[in-house]
Design a protein around this ligand. Structure first.
Ligand SMILES: [Zn+2]
Length: 279
């Protein structure tokens, strides 16, 4: 999850189109873990050793905002994201922008993410238009338009397309996916327009923000004995009173400020993992 939803547009500027070779030479991480993946914690707080980086670019995707080095994940997650990009490209979509997954050791992002600590979460932007490769500088500044109306009650009819629904479905069908978080207005749009097989809608869950990107959460991979999953999504398509609740909140009087959030408490084993880091 990310707290802010970008609202403005891609800086698809003319031309300094670097080759994939140059991008790779410029941006590839120089360190790697020398040990197998080990996820400790969850649901929520935790960390990961042995994470691998999403490459700067590949068939059907580009990694954006790489200066933050938040593109590390469990190998199964990184493989699934690359599979999503391939399937999206096969379906005629433009390159996908991907970024926040986890830090090289997992762990918290103070003030920004409440999740993304285990190498099992990834943000994929809901921009499926054809686009040229971006320069490294352009990738740092990418903003994607919100697909949700300013009143939060529906999608932008001039921006939303059936291909957006197709991309979200592809995400729910990746190996190991637990759930995909989108804005309640996007979930409601899916509820209204999806015909035929609606089983995948159970894995699409409404959450704050997520108007320009979706958050894909994966289950603990096999063999990760120290990783704990959250409860699976409820059965059914979720197009019910639990979805309406989100829209009822828009009409509710503002709540008084709550207690300050408590500091994240990590499992004890994370101290050594986060101190060691890759390399
Ligand atoms: Zn996220």
């Amino acid at each position: 999850m990310i707290r802010t939803a970008g609202r403005r547009l891609l800086p698809l500027l003319p031309a300094t189109l670097l080759t994939a070779t140059l991008l790779t030479a410029t941006l590839l991480p120089t360190r790697a873990w020398a040990e197998p993946p080990r996820i400790v914690g969850g649901p929520g707080p935790g960390c990961i050793a042995g994470a691998v980086p999403l490459p700067p670019a590949g068939p059907g995707f580009e990694t954006i905002r790489m200066s933050r080095s938040w593109f590390w994940g469990h190998p199964d997650v990184i493989a699934a994201l690359q599979l999503l990009a391939l399937r999206a490209r096969s379906a005629g979509m433009g390159s996908l922008f991907m970024n926040d997954i986890s830090k090289p050791t997992g762990g918290p992002f103070p003030g920004i993410h409440a999740s993304h600590m285990l190498g099992l979460d990834a943000d994929v932007w809901l921009d499926i238009r054809p686009k040229p490769p971006l320069s490294p500088a352009q990738r740092e500044a990418v903003e994607v338009e919100s697909l949700v109306r300013a009143d939060q009650r529906g999608v932008e009819p001039n921006l939303w397309t059936p291909q957006h629904a197709a991309l979200i479905r592809l995400a729910t069908e990746l190996p190991g996916v637990d759930r995909v978080l989108v804005n309640p207005a996007i979930k409601r749009q899916l509820c209204q327009e999806v015909r035929g097989d609606r089983s995948w809608l159970s894995r699409v869950r409404p959450w704050y923000g997520h108007a320009a990107h979706m958050h894909i959460h994966f289950r603990c991979p096999l063999g990760q004995a120290e990783c704990r999953d959250q409860a699976p999504p409820p059965a059914g398509d979720g197009c019910d009173a639990t979805l309406q609740w989100w829209f009822d909140q828009l009409d509710a009087p503002p709540k008084p400020p709550g207690a300050p959030s408590r500091p994240v408490v990590l499992p004890a084993a994370c101290a050594a993992i986060m101190a060691r880091g890759p390399g």
